[in-house]
Ligand binder design. Structure first.
Ligand code: ZN
Ligand code: ZN
Length: 237
């Protein structure tokens, strides 16, 4: 571990040289149980959720190894707001391990872009910090500028409905200078978290517009879409 690594575990605060200690790694809450086959939202029984049955999202499927709670929520918070770009490889390693189990063919990895203004403030794009080590772990090329953020999305407001969220993200992305890498490819679109899935759906639609033959979304942790909280990280893209 390098000098940029934290001196304490992001999950429990125990001193150590790893981003998450062994105990916290083991305590990451798995996103298991019955899930929507398309958007991976928790369901009472496996199948399609009512949202995906009514208006299918832009991606073919979304997968997430973890639920956005407990240690996973702490880890994402540190990655995003703690200025800890060094946390990326540790989280990407878990994503890569989970992804190998799903065994879906993809050709290229694309991080969900941040709006340039937000990226300037944060200093890095947390999705890119995950996508880079993930792509190299999977041995798949990375296209970091295939799409770009054309509009900043306002933070998710308290009580804001799912439809309003999806409308706010309409035209949020545009083709980027690296779009030529996408034609005829199956894309793995990466983000840190998903709440409603609206951001990833909008990104996937733009990737299809530049020729992607399929788009699978992969996030580190997924929140339930039923009742997004005002503090939801998905609202802060
Ligand atoms: Zn710990
Ligand atoms: Zn669904």
């Amino acid at each position: 571990m390098g000098l940029a690594c934290p001196a304490v575990c992001a999950g429990c605060g125990t001193a150590g040289d790893a981003f998450l200690c062994e105990r916290c790694l083991a305590a990451l809450p798995r996103a298991d149980g019955p899930r929507c086959s398309r958007c991976w939202d928790a369901l009472a029984a496996p199948g399609l959720c009512r949202h995906c049955a009514g208006r299918p999202p832009g991606f073919d499927m979304l997968r997430s190894p973890f639920a956005l709670e407990g240690v996973a929520r702490e880890a994402v918070h540190r990655l995003k707001y703690g200025g800890l770009a060094a946390a990326g490889p540790a989280l990407a390693e878990r994503m890569a391990a989970a992804w190998r189990d799903w065994d879906v063919t993809i050709d290229i990895v694309v991080p969900t872009p941040l709006h340039p203004r937000r990226q300037r403030i944060r200093g890095y794009n947390q999705a890119a910090v995950l996508a880079r080590p993930l792509a190299s772990a999977l041995g798949i090329p990375l296209a970091h500028d295939a799409i770009r953020r054309s509009r900043a999305t306002p933070p998710l407001a308290a009580g804001e409905g799912r439809d309003a969220r999806w409308q706010a993200l309409d035209r949020a992305f545009a083709p980027g200078p690296g779009r030529t890498a996408i034609a005829g490819r199956r894309v793995l679109l990466i983000d840190d978290v998903a709440t409603t899935g609206a951001t990833l759906s909008a990104g996937a639609e733009t990737l299809r517009a530049v020729g992607a033959t399929g788009v699978i979304a992969l996030v580190f942790a997924r929140d339930g879409s039923a009742a997004p909280s005002p503090a939801s990280p998905d609202g802060d893209r």
